[in-house]
Ligand binder design. Structure first.
Ligand code: BTN
Length: 243
């Protein structure tokens, strides 16, 4: 994938919203970035605080796959962000499904949105927000690259590096699917063997066994039968508990 077209805004409401508005006529690999977002969005109804100094970026993808098969892309993006931060000396952890934490403080988040401009022309917007040098509003359990490393960050350099990593992971996904990366995600999340609990109901579903090729969670309930939550369960808040 080539990033031939990069829209760079000083200020915009949300790079994901802008990307969505141009997606139908844009080519794959079109990127939208902004210095500040006035209405940065997170998963659910959350806002994404987007002061100057952070990296706010959306990539338009046109994988040409049925929507269901594209669901793991959100996990692929989380791995790419985690890699880019590792390259700066951090030891990030992925929190289900795609928050990136450093010592339990959030440093980055991913918002994937899908749309369609015709039966065969689905598009996916991968939105990534990374706290590089931006001020974190007081009281939030969050951190930034600057806070963690005490080193100035060249935003463009970081962006280029992240896009390269993402492109290479995307290529692997398109050629061989999510299978090989599933293991990496499990490692990066550190959830092997943990108890899977649905946050809303407080119900423990079983023991985590791994990720399915569609990016869903495979777990073992009390007995021997394995249970699966499909990748649509990204909407379900899950906790992975040590027991
Ligand atoms: C989350 O943690 O809930 C996801 C946060 C995603 C934020 C990014 S910043 C760039 C893109 N534009 C948005 O409005 N949101 C995403």
């Amino acid at each position: 994938m080539r990033f031939n077209k990069i829209f760079e805004f000083e200020t915009i409401d949300s790079t994901n919203s802008y990307a969505r508005s141009i997606a139908a006529n844009a080519t794959e690999g079109t990127v939208v970035t902004a210095g500040i977002q006035t209405g940065g969005r997170g998963r659910g109804d959350n806002l994404w605080s987007s002061d100057r100094g952070g990296l706010y970026l959306s990539v338009i993808l046109k994988p040409g796959l049925p929507l269901r098969q594209t669901l793991p892309l959100t996990l692929v993006a989380a791995l790419a962000v985690s890699d880019a931060l590792k390259g700066r000396g951090l030891m990030p952890r992925i929190k289900w499904p795609n928050d990136i934490l450093v010592e339990d403080k959030k440093i980055a988040g991913i918002l994937c949105e899908a749309g369609s401009s015709g039966p065969e022309s689905n598009y996916i917007i991968i939105g990534m927000g990374i706290n590089l040098e931006n001020q974190i509003p007081p009281g939030l359990p969050a951190t930034s690259l600057l806070e963690e490393t005490q080193e100035k960050v060249d935003m463009k350099e970081f962006r280029t590096c992240l896009l390269e990593i993402f492109a290479s992971r995307y290529q692997i996904f398109m050629e061989s699917g999510f299978g090989d990366m599933a293991e990496e995600w499990v490692k990066a999340a550190g959830v092997s063997g943990r108890a899977v609990r649905e946050r809303k109901s407080g119900k423990t579903l079983g023991r985590f066994l791994g990720l399915a090729p569609d990016g869903g969670v495979i777990y073992r309930p009390g007995g021997n039968e394995a249970g699966t939550l499909t990748a649509t369960s990204y909407e379900t808040e899950l906790d992975f508990l040590e027991e």
